[in-house]
Design a protein around this ligand. Structure first.
Ligand SMILES: Nc1ncnc2c1ncn2[C@@H]1O[C@H](COP(=O)(O)OP(=O)(O)OP(=O)(O)O)[C@@H](O)[C@H]1O
Ligand SMILES: [Mg+2]
Length: 1277
């Protein structure tokens, strides 16, 4: 296909080149321009002419359907417009009438939708004159409902097929060609389709109204008998022909007298096949079919019985061969047939008692009437039997909840000669018009008054007066007068007719009636009709003479007997119901039935009397517009409300749309239905002038509003599903983000914690005995140890390594220092050196210039084992002496800005076997046996750190010895990103109890429903329990396997005795405890004998699990047994990573499985930025461990080049101490660990440290200090 550039304009694709895809054109979607208005409530002028103009314009372009609000006007096109295809049908499926052009499918859709949605019976009332298209419309409605009502079940399909099959079957037996319509319905039919709760048809029922049985025995010229007679005579099988002596239609009087055997557009043979097929679908057995056709044959042959007048005026059978054949067909004695057809039995009555019985011969006219009466009775009863038989087949299979009724009745008729049949037909049409008026005009307006709705009344013609004229008993109407006439002169039809003529005078008081001798005129809503009285009373009496009943009763044919099974009791005094009585009763029942359902109207219009597809007879149409009351219909519709329903129904339907009336699909409104309904309408934002609240009902002005509500309702579940999905996704994002932040925090801080241990150990060593430099107290910094990068590839570091001859030894500390160099007879001078510490020795190297080249050479190596103590002053200076075993060189006096770290390093390496001496002076061996002292003097004039001169160091005052390092700087709160921005999560996360969600309102029973029903209603339809569906892709996944057994708790052994205070647990040495929770601050929550409490983690030693346990998460390796309170991390690089690894993995696992309801924290104030930037103390990742510094990002560690001072820790303004990170939850657990005071230095070796009582800043957690305090306490005791 050529790809067009613009819709509609086709352009050939360029040859050779790639075809260019046409750009979508918005005009493509533009609706076909409509002709006139599709809803005549939109007409600018409302009068019959403008309605006619609009219908005409539309009809001329094939738009045969037009609305007046919800009423469909259909003008017969008399041609196939191709608008009932399955494709068209699908376009109407699930659409409201505003979304699609007017169509009979739309009426069917709305009836079907309303039935399912509102659980109300529906009926479609189709009216219009003969040939206007009622039967066609009814068939289209059935077609639509069968197509959309689903149900793959075999029996449902069967019902659908049967419903559709009733059309050809009943048309064959109940329709005939008339002057007005080639397929005119000669009976009325109300088909009710019954549906189950799923909206699937489970059965149907047909009510038949008034078959025009007179047609069996005679028709107007150019009309035909019922179709079946022609189908049967033309297309019967040879066997049937043989059996029933069948010939063509021309052979029978009943089919040939009107001289119309064939009809254009009707193929009787094909239709016969359809009829047989329909019989088969409906389930008529071959025997039943055979009996039906036997009856048809009987009627045909009866019609051929002719009477000749004898000399005495009596009749005789002209050809007894015919009566013999009739007798053969009905299985009776031939003589009896002849007798019954030519005479009648008369019984005299005297004073109410039975008298003599006479055989009265009949004249040919009477005999013919008797013959015809028999034929009509057989056909009428046959037709009723067929309808009853159809109903048996379509009997509801299961409980039916709702019904859709489709009324297709004979149209209003005016002939030249109108008789009793036309009176009945037109009466039923009057009744239908009455319903229409009742519901659309009268009741509607009355309802506005009753419901106190603001309303301007509209005038209309109410045809009740005509209905009363025909059906009333008092004063007697036409039917009552006919009955009276029949009763008074029952034996003589002519006398009865005369009696009726006299009675018509009494009816003349009704302005819609005019008596005109042997005729009378009725002014029907649809026009004036002149009725001929002759024969009317007889038709009304509609009784077979007793002889005919006797004939049938003596028949050997069981089927015929069945047809006449309800023979009136001859001994009954009660007058049998007349035809007038019956039609009145059935019309009344029909009206009652229709009034119980929600009606939809189709008003059909016949554009001409010639079945022309082009002729638009304005006069005829104006007449129909007038009598159908379309003008009033538009006026009422324009001023009125398109929809109304009781508050209860409204609430039931739409309560989901308001948060005030529903919660999670439950009805929650506590007020009455009216207030609930009003609330819904307010909450849905429907404009106030679009609805009004009546006394018991809510009124909606325009259908658009109702459709909008319906659309909102349709979307409700969809929206809810989307909301749940959104909330779930938000929740997962939130959970993942929390886990990510916890992991990131842990990653950022695990090293910091190790450094904190070094720092705290430093505090512990000094134990409040030495004044502190201000910078030493700034939060954390990286205690890198190897500041000169001796372990790395740095040139200076490597030079130093080779100068010291370290070989494979790893430096645990290296730094530039100053050393005190003694001079002979002069005071010592301060000289720069390099200091390197390994696990074996302290190396002091110096640089010198030799031959213009700078050389580094080892000046002194001091094995660690020779160091007895380290002496420091109690002031803030950086001097220290390494007191060694006696040697010629004496003790080195060092000036090192990392003195505390150096000391901590040496103590760690020597398992704290070196003592730390702190006092106002340093004593040291100047030479082997020469002791010397350096005094330390507080001197505030010194601007630098300190000044050495002649054994005296001048130092300005430092921070008090009790000072502890400041807490980490608090992060600016503004930088913290919210964990989730999802609308559905509270600002504080799902567990933020502060902002509680809207309380869940209690579910209420729906108004008008029992509580039980209300509770059951929202429950989705449960699949049958017996057959669980196999899991499909979309089905709910099977339940997850049960959670794995909780991993066995980690066990720890107490290395030392520990006496716990409040919230802590007391331990004896070697007590085994279960780990409950690890805290980063050095306190762990443990359980012993079912009791929980906090214990210092360095008092605990991990007990490896037994091998069979094979835990999923690797347990941390057992620690080497260090001396108490010596953190492993003091030893440089590898230790923090390896030491923290198991904890990290454990932590990660725990984080991912974290309590989802946990309160999101404002991510770790004061510590690493949550966006993942490196923390200032962050250790270079494994660089120092593998000795590779080149791969280390420049920013990740301070430069280690010689002479460059390592960067101080990030200086942030100290702030009030933040709450401890991850403080212990209080509920259900022991009280939180008490704040830990700053520790004093523990003594060297095993000696208990001397601890001074110091205060710690609130919230500061310092395990070492706590331990020191405890040790002091124990010591004091
Ligand atoms: N929508 C339509 N499209 C095409 N042709 C139609 C349509 N409606 C009716 N007709 C034609 O008009 C004819 C008469 O229609 P139909 O039998 O439905 O009239 P009716 O109102 O039932 O008349 P009656 O009261 O005599 O039974 C149909 O046989 C058909 O040929
Ligand atoms: Mg019809």
């Amino acid at each position: 296909m050529a790809i067009s550039k613009k819709a509609g304009k086709k352009t050939a694709p360029k040859s050779g080149g790639a075809t260019k895809v046409a750009k979508a054109d918005w005009k493509e979607g533009f609706k076909k321009k409509q002709t006139g208005v599709s809803d005549m409530t939109l007409l600018t002028t409302i009068d019959e002419n403008s309605i006619n103009d609009n219908l005409k314009k539309r009809w001329n372009v094939g738009e045969i359907y037009t609305y007046i609000g919800g009423v469909l006007i259909s003008v017969n096109p008399f041609k196939d417009l191709g608008i009932y295809t399955d494709e068209t049908l699908q376009k109407y499926k699930g659409k409201n009438r505003l979304e699609v052009p007017p169509h009979v499918f739309s009426i069917a859709e709305s009836a079907y939708y309303n039935m399912n949605a509102y659980h109300e019976n529906q009926c479609v009332i189709i009216s219009g004159e003969s040939g206007a298209g009622k039967t066609e419309a009814a068939k289209r409605i059935m077609q639509y409902i069968a197509a959309v009502s689903g149900g793959e079940d075999g029996s449902i399909q069967e019902i659908k097929e049967m419903v559709l099959a009733t059309n050809p079957l009943l048309e064959s037996f109940g329709c005939a060609k008339t002057l007005r319509n080639n397929n005119s319905s000669r009976h009325g039919k109300y088909l009710e389709i019954m549906f189950n709760t799923h909206g699937e048809p489970i059965g149907a029922q047909i009510t038949n109204y008034l078959l025009e049985k007179g047609r069996v025995v005679g028709q107007l010229e150019n009309e035909r008998n019922f179709h079946i007679f022609y189908q049967f005579t033309k297309a019967a099988s040879d066997e049937q022909r043989e059996q029933f002596g069948l010939q063509g239609p021309d052979a029978y009087t009943y089919t040939s007298r009107s001289k119309c055997l064939d009809v254009q557009d009707i193929n009787d043979s094909n239709d016969y096949a359809d009829t047989l097929n329909a019989m088969r679908i409906i389930g008529l057995s071959n025997e039943e079919q055979n009996e039906i056709f036997r009856m048809i044959a009987v009627i045909l042959w009866l019609g051929n019985v002719e009477f000749q007048e004898m000399d005495d005026g009596n009749s005789a059978i002209a050809d007894t061969g015919v009566t013999d054949f009739v007798a053969y067909l009905i299985e009776v004695d031939s003589a009896m047939v002849q007798k019954v057809l030519t005479s009648k039995v008369v019984e005299t009555q005297r004073g109410g008692r039975r008298g003599s019985v006479y055989d009265v011969p009949l004249n040919p006219a009477q005999a013919t009437a008797g013959r015809d009466a028999l034929a009509k009775a057989i056909y009428n009863n046959l037709f009723e039997w067929i309808v009853a038989r159809i109903n048996v087949s379509m009997k509801a299979r299961g409980a039916s909840t709702q019904v859709i009724g489709i009324l297709d009745i004979f149209g209003f008729e005016i002939f030249e000669d109108n008789s009793f049949e036309q009176l009945c037909i037109n009466y039923v049409n009057e009744k239908l018009q009455q319903i229409f008026i009742e519901l659309t005009l009268k009741t509607e307006q009355e309802e506005y008054v009753r419901e106190q709705i603001k309303w301007t009344p509209i005038k209309y013609f109410n045809n009740k007066i005509v209905c009363d004229l025909i059906e009333e008993r008092k004063p007697p109407g036409i039917f009552a007068a006919l009955n009276d006439a029949c009763a008074t002169a029952h034996a003589d039809p002519a006398a009865a007719d005369n009696s009726f003529v006299q009675r018509t005078a009494m009816l003349s008081s009704n302005v819609h009636f005019e008596a005109r001798g042997s005729q009378f005129l009725v002014r029907h809503y649809a026009g004036d009709v002149m009725y001929n009285i002759v024969g009317m009373t007889d038709k009304n009496k509609d009784a077979l003479v007793k002889d005919l009943f006797d004939l049938v009763g003596s028949s050997g044919n069981q089927f015929l007997q069945t047809l006449f099974s309800d023979r009136p009791d001859p001994s009954s005094k009660k007058r049998p119901p007349t035809a007038g009585d019956r039609i009145k009763a059935s019309a009344g029942a029909l009206v009652d039935n229709l009034m119980k359902a929600q009606p939809s109207y189709i008003r059909t219009i016949k554009p001409n009397q010639n079945r022309s597809a082009t002729e638009y007879d304005i006069k005829a149409i104006l007449h129909q517009i007038k009598y159908l009351g379309l003008q009033e219909n538009i006026r009422v519709r324009r001023a009125g409300f398109a929809y109304r329903n009781t508050f209860e129904k409204m609430v039931e339907r739409f309560y989901l749309l308001s948060p005030s009336t529903s919660y999670a699909g439950e009805y929650t409104w506590q007020g009455d239905a009216k207030s609930g309904c009003e609330q819904i309408l307010k909450d849905t934002g429907i404009a106030k002038d679009e609805w009004q609240m009546g006394v018991t009902k809510a009124f909606i002005k325009n259908p658009e509003t109702l459709f909008a509500l319906e659309t909102m309702r349709d979307r409700y579940w969809h929206n809810m599903a989307a909301r749940i999905q959104r909330a779930w996704r938000n929740y997962w994002r939130y959970k993942n983000e929390c886990a990510r932040r916890i992991q990131r925090f842990w990653k950022n801080n695990k090293e910091a914690l190790e450094y904190a241990k070094v720092r705290d150990y430093g505090h512990q060593i000094l134990a409040g005995r030495k004044e502190r430099r201000r910078y030493s107290l700034l939060s954390y910094r990286r205690f890198l140890g190897d500041y000169l990068d001796v372990n790395g590839k740095n040139i200076v570091g490597s030079d130093l390594r080779s100068a010291c001859g370290l070989g494979t030894e790893q430096a645990t500390f290296s730094s530039k220092v100053q050393i005190l160099v003694p001079r002979f007879a002069r005071s010592s001078i301060v000289s720069p050196r390099f200091l390197v510490v390994t696990a074996k020795a302290v190396y002091i190297a110096a640089t010198s210039q030799k031959d213009g080249q700078i050389q580094t050479s080892l000046e002194r190596k001091i094995p660690l084992v020779t160091i007895k103590s380290i002496s420091m002053s109690n002031l803030r200076d950086d001097w220290l002496a390494l007191n060694c075993n006696a040697s010629e060189e004496g003790d080195p006096i060092l000036h090192c800005c990392f003195k505390t770290e150096l000391t901590a390093n040496l103590l760690t390496l020597t398992q704290a076997s070196i003592s730390v001496l702190i006092g106002p002076s340093i004593e040291y061996a100047k030479k082997k046996d020469k002791k010397a002292q350096i005094q330390f003097v507080r001197d505030e004039t010194i601007t630098k750190d300190d000044v050495y001169k002649s054994h005296v160091v001048h130092v300005p005052s430092g921070e008090p010895p009790s000072s502890t390092s400041r807490p980490a700087a608090r992060r600016k709160p503004g930088i913290v990103r919210p964990i989730t921005q999802g609308k559905l999560l509270r600002a504080g996360g799902p567990s933020d109890k502060g902002k509680t969600s809207r309380p869940k309102p209690a579910a209420q029973p729906l108004p008008g429903k029992s509580e039980q029903f209300a509770a059951v209603r929202p429950t989705p339809v449960a699949p049958p329990k017996s057959a669980p569906a196999p899991p499909t892709r979309n089905s709910v996944p099977p339940p997850p396997p049960p959670p794995p057994k909780e991993p066995e708790a980690e066990l720890y052994k107490a290395k030392f005795a520990f006496e716990g205070q409040e919230g802590e647990i007391s331990l004896k040495k070697d007590d085994t405890v279960e780990l409950v929770e690890k805290d980063d601050n050095g306190w762990w929550l443990v359980r012993k004998d079912g009791q929980e409490g906090w214990a210092p983690n360095n008092y605990l030693e991990f007990v490896p699990p037994k091998p069979k346990a094979a835990p999923a998460v690797r347990s941390p390796p057992p620690r080497p047994p260090p001396p108490p309170s010596v953190p492993l991390a003091v030893v440089a690089a590898p230790i923090p990573a390896s030491a923290s690894k198991p904890t990290v993995s454990a932590m990660s696992v725990k984080s991912l499985a974290a309590d989802v309801s946990a309160k999101p924290v404002a991510v770790f104030p004061g510590l690493a930025p949550s966006n993942g930037s490196a923390a200032p103390w962050k250790k270079p990742p494994a660089a120092s461990a593998n000795g590779s510094s080149s791969s280390t990002p420049a920013s990740s560690r301070p430069s280690s080049s010689l002479g460059v001072k390592p960067p101080p820790p990030v200086a942030t303004k100290p702030k009030p101490a933040p709450p401890p990170v991850a403080s212990k939850p209080s509920s259900g657990k022991p009280p939180p660990k008490p704040p830990i005071p700053t520790a004093s230095r523990p003594g060297a070796g095993a000696a208990p440290p001397k601890i001074s009582k110091l205060s710690a800043p609130a919230g500061q957690m310092d395990l070492a200090a706590a331990l020191a305090k405890r040790a002091q306490k124990i010591a004091n005791e």
